[in-house]
Write a protein of this length. Sequence first.
Length: 431
Amino acid sequence: MKTFNKFSLIAVVLLAAFTLEAAFAGNSEGRKKAGPQDLITIRGKVVDSETNAPLVFATVTVKDSNVGIITNIDGEFTLKVSPSAGNIEVSFLGYRNRTIEISSLKDNGGKNTIELESAPIPIREIVVRPVDPEAIVEKAISRISANYESVPNLMTAFYRETIRKNRTYISIGEAVVEIFKAPYVSDTRFDGTRIYKGRKSGDVEKMDTVLFKLQGGPVSVLQLDIVKNTESILTREAMEYYDYSISGVIEIDGKPHYIVDFIQRPSVEQPLFMGSLFINMETFAITEAEFGFNLSDKEAAASIFIRKKPLGMKIYPEIATYRTKYREQDGVLHFIYSRAEVKFKVDWQKKLFHTYYTTMSEIAVTDRTDKEVIKFAREDKVRYTDVFSEKVTAFTDSEFWGDYNVIEPDQSIESAIRRLSRKLKFSDREE
């Protein structure tokens, strides 16, 4: 199973390293600040039209452009756009897309509530097409070169990572990053990322002298682009280790998609993945993926996730979930979002109660171009071995954030930031 060894990075996308050192450091040089832009700010909340429930991770984009953002866990978003922009388009898995004129929305002050209607797919849609789930996945694999970008792109993205100890946030870091996205079919398909501007907050005193570090930062979460990093899931060799089934049909961006579930076969001993692929019924493009890591073998899973820990500590991953989204534009799909969340259970010798650490990492592409794209210099790129919370210090600029699209913080994160660092200023957020 050597194919899977190459792809172990997706399993350790939230790699935890425990150390008794409690120091942060950074040695990268910041870049020049972008020039001021004449932008308006649109704040809103995306909800179900019938239940008024928030739609989490809905996509909000400026129509006919590369600019966009993702809603947070409360369904809220903040989008900074040019006054000349015409419309925004709001989309969510299983709902009808909605196009809204920007001029009809409140800017800066008030929030806009945007309702989406669900889009049920009649069951007859599924009987007129092949229903062999393995054949559908094989077709999706064979169509990667036709369905995804064939030229390099330069992307601007917002990255955030948080660490919670039980229910308390102990570390929050975020950054605007630049991504070199290599073509999906190429002999050198390696993506690169570098930090443009960042900020962080952390409360080391709450760590019981143990500093929980998250390795890889935006580089690791980019590995969740499973269409590019196919080795553990989307190759014909990998398919031999999974069972597949069709659990339904759903509408995404106005188009019907198969929901193909996959799970590790009982005869396979090495921990692998399980989840759902959302595959366009016409083009066989994978538009979204939701999956998790098989943690039934605690010892094997711990050996994958944990790089270093103190003596006397036992730590096991309890939950490992991942999500990836793509957006179609001009007939091809582009990576736009990924999120990873892992919960760890920590036991100390001679201590009665457990401690739980939960790590979350997400990245959302807010702009991209395929013009004049060049690779980043090696010394500028974030490496898999880097700890983002240590590296981001060198890129802090309190006056920078007003003109960039970032994921709207949910209330709990906002409260945690105020609690952890009352001096941290957010120019793009109301007091």
